[in-house]
Structure formats: C-alpha cells, structure tokens
Design a protein around this ligand. Sequence first.
Ligand code: AKB
Length: 312
Amino acid sequence: SQQLSEFGRTLTSSCTDGDHPKVLITGGLGQLGVGLAKLLRERFGKNNVILSDIRKPPNHVYHDGPFIFSDILDFKNLREIVVNNNISWLVHYSAVLSAVGEDNVALAKEVNITARSVPSVRPPPGTPHLSCVYRDHAPSMACPRSMQSSWYYHHRFGLDFRCLRYPGIISADSQPGGGTTDYAVQIFHAAVKTGHFECNLSNNTRLPMMYIDDCVRATVDFLEAPADTLISRTYNINAMSFTPQELTQEIKKVLPDLKVTYNVDPVRQAIADSWPMALEDSAARRDWGWKHEYDLPELVQTMLSHITLGNQ
Ligand code: AKB
C-alpha cells in the first residue's frame, strides 16, 4: 500500500496544477463537452481539462487545450488515461442519443450502459479521489441500470459518483446529433436561414428543455458541491417545458414570417411520448442551490442573436 500511495503522490505532484482538479471529459466533442471545457479551463487552467472523443477534432480544439483520441468502449485504455493523467474528475459525456439509439440498440447499450458501469471508471490504485459525473442520456424518471454499479462502487470504494439528468439542451454554436429534442435547436437555424422549418414532432409535444449556459453552470456547481450537501447522488435539473407550437409562437415575435410545417417521425414521436413533460428538480434546488436563468423568451432572444451574429 505504501508503494501505491507513493505512486499516487508522484502522479499528484507531477500532474496537477496547484489544488485544481484534473478533469477528463469523455465524448468531449459533442454538444456539451466543448462548452463545459471552456468554463472549466477558465477556472482550472487549460492543461487541467482534457477532452477525449472518438472523432478527429477540428484544429482549434488542439489549440484550446489537450485532446486525446480514445474509444470509450476500450475500458483498459480509459483506465490508462485516468491513471497516466492523474484524473480526479471524470465527466462522462459519451452517449448515443435517443433516436440514433433506437436505430442501433446494441451500440446504445454498449455506450450508454456497459461503458458507464464502473469497471471502466472505478478509481485505479493511486487515484482515490476520482469523481465521476454522468450525463444521463434519457430524461426517464427511473434510475437507469447504468447507475446501479456506480452506486455500489460509491458505497464499497468511496467513488464520488454524481449523476445529473438533463432535459433537452439547446445551443447555438454546437449541434446535438440524433436526439429527439434536436428540433428545438434546428428550428432556430432554419428560422434565420430560410424562414421555413419542417418539424419532426407533433405541434403539441411538450418536453423539458434548457439553454446550454444554464446546463454548463449547473454541471460545474454540481461538481463543486460539497459531498455532504448531496442527499442524493442523482439529480434532475430543469428550466422550462414547451411544445413546438409554443416555441414557434415565441420565435415569431422576432421573425413573424417563420413558417413551420409538421412531418412527424414516428420513432422520435414515440420516444417523446414516453418521456415526462417536465423534470422534477426541487431536490437540486434545495440541496445545492440549482436555479435556472433562461426561460423561453430569454432563450429565444439569445439563440436568435447568437445565430444572426454568427451568420454575419
Ligand atoms: C435526445 O433528444 O436524445 C437528447 C435528450 C435526452 O434530451 N437531447
């Protein structure tokens, strides 16, 4: 055990920058990872936040900070990355989103369930303070199976496991891929570019949603919340709920000529119909002070000004 703690100390002194955590974000090139990395790098320094993904990143990602090409399904490699980089916070954003998951159930199971079970993330010897934060990929109210083994490792080995269940996340400069809530991002781009949008959910489908800045801020607050304030390890967060029709009406206040037609995708519609219309997040508000800042009008103003400016 002395050898192990020596090993831990060596890594600690050579790999951390002061008291900052060393963070690995898997699935880091997706809709959420780049935004989270930006905020964490401002706080902890660029080299203390590593992105990993199974895609080759655009060049600017290399300039923004460290990137590792890695397949989340290669558990041995993931453990090597954690140990070799003295990772103390693992943010697990790798996910196959809902609609793509329906098309490829085997892959969705591997990525969303197997890869999240702890053998891949259990703290290896010498990194006893590993924290894991998972993005739960489907806003179901049930505790997903993928979290159960993390609970076990929390109780058995003290793994500081935390899970945040997000609603559909809406962002201007990064695109979701293969989700059921994607329409709520695509409509803004279509509204600005062509003035016409064909929606793949029915006009009265109500789903929970959040602007990305709220999502990133919530995630950092949750990561930093003292462990003794967390009565649970799994929290929902929510900001607003709306239907395609309500979103359209709000966008039309700024772009009155927007025309929305409906061509319902049965797969996405069935998924949406199985989800709750809102996520109950009173526990997050009570235990670690979660509070959203963006409601529907604020979201629409912000999205349209980002997209319009980006197109100039
Ligand atoms: C999806 O639509 O799959 C995701 C989600 C769970 O909200 N955006």
